[in-house]
Design a protein around this ligand. Structure first.
Ligand code: CP3
Length: 334
């Protein structure tokens, strides 16, 4: 039996759409918090295969989802490039920011630092049900670069926009470094047993139009090409969050098999034969009840007959009651 998520990514519609959720593993689950409490450092937590396997499987076990997503973080790539990455309690990620050519010159990708991730993938594959496919992932270059340059999440990304406009050569070099590292990392994930791959472009929404080709379309296309050259059968999902107006070109020019869609975008209006994934507002999952069930049914109906993967428009919010996820999955499968 071909797993449903994988047949949908080949362009075949499913009677009942496969479902998984971004950030399906995490602090909204008490069993996650219990394991996390014993691990001080989040990067080391991600790089401890026994813990990462267990945390990856927790939501799949609890909700019988159609996919597991590898438990890791997009900031493991800057870590493997030699940048200092840490997670300040209650503040989100922090990095020692890179702002100039000297900082960039120091970066060198050490694949061996991410070898534990490949152990995690093998461990998850050995334990997964027949239903669930394992999705590996990485951040896309622009999104990872925003963290590397800004040193934190933020919202306006002024420093990277300044760099991209005023020092195009340096910016291109940074994109090259990230394209190469991310391609190797994803190829290694597929080698280890990841059955699909997702590229998170979480900050596509802050890319100025005049930079979109250089910052998003071209780097993404280069990664997809590199991965497909080694693993032509492993589908790639791209998630250009906040860039609804670019979805047509993103679908056509990057080579992705599926497109993740945020909750701001009218998913049913997107004209493509490729698989679409999304896009329930995470707030509805937080609230639960009839509002959640009605919106879920409406979305399933709107996407009927098309290759569609049910997901949120962004990650599960931390205060979400786990029971709401069970209600959502039941509503989709009813
Ligand atoms: O279940 C899953 O989705 C798999 C694991 C996963 C994590 N991060 C675990 C995590 C995935 C796919 C990511 C991707 C990620 N990481 C993205 C892209 C998706 C998105 O949300 O847009 C981004 C931007 C990051 C960077 C990052 N990592 C941030 C902004 C934070 C802090 C968020 C917070 O809630 O504090 C992290 C930390 C992080 N990554 C946590 C988890 C479960 C929380 C850490 C903790 O337990 O303290």
């Amino acid at each position: 039996m071909v797993k449903k998520l994988l047949s949908v990514l080949k362009g075949e519609p499913a009677q009942v759409p496969p479902v998984w959720l971004m950030r399906q593993a995490g602090r909204y689950l008490p069993e996650y918090r219990a394991l996390r409490a014993n691990a001080k450092d989040f990067v080391q937590f991600c790089l401890t295969p026994d813990l990462a396997v267990e945390v990856t499987l927790q939501p799949v076990r609890r909700f019988d989802l159609d996919a597991a997503i590898l438990f890791a973080d997009i900031l493991l790539v800057p870590h493997a490039l030699g940048q200092k990455v840490w997670f300040a309690e209650g503040e989100g990620p922090r990095l020692e920011p890179i702002r100039d050519a000297a900082g960039l010159a120091k970066l060198a990708y050490r694949a061996e630092l991410l070898a534990p991730v490949m152990q995690t993938i093998k461990g998850v594959r050995a334990a997964l049900s027949e239903r669930a496919a394992l999705i590996g992932f990485a951040g896309s270059p622009w999104t990872v670069a925003t963290y590397m340059i800004e040193g934190q999440g933020g919202t306006d990304h002024e420093n990277i926009r300044k760099l991209a406009w005023s020092e195009p050569k340096l910016f291109a070099q940074l994109m090259d470094v990230l394209v190469d590292a991310t391609s190797s990392y994803l190829i290694a994930q597929a080698d280890a047993g990841a059955e699909a791959l997702q590229l998170f472009e979480s900050w596509a929404g802050t890319v100025p139009a005049g930079l979109f080709e250089r910052a998003v379309l071209e780097p993404t296309a280069r990664i997809v090409n590199a991965v497909k050259a080694r693993h032509p059968q492993v589908p790639v999902i791209g998630f250009p969050r906040g860039a609804g107006g670019w979805i047509g070109r993103y679908a056509q020019e990057t080579g992705v098999d599926g497109i993740g869609v945020d909750q701001m975008t009218d998913i049913a209006a997107i004209k493509t034969t490729k698989a679409l994934q999304g896009n329930l507002d995470p707030i509805l999952l937080l609230q639960g009840g009839d509002g959640l069930r009605d919106a879920a049914r409406k979305l399933v109906t709107a996407m009927a007959g098309r290759p569609f993967i049910f997901n949120l428009g962004h990650g599960v919010m931390q205060p979400t009651p786990p029971g709401h996820v069970a209600e959502l999955v039941a509503a989709i499968r009813a």
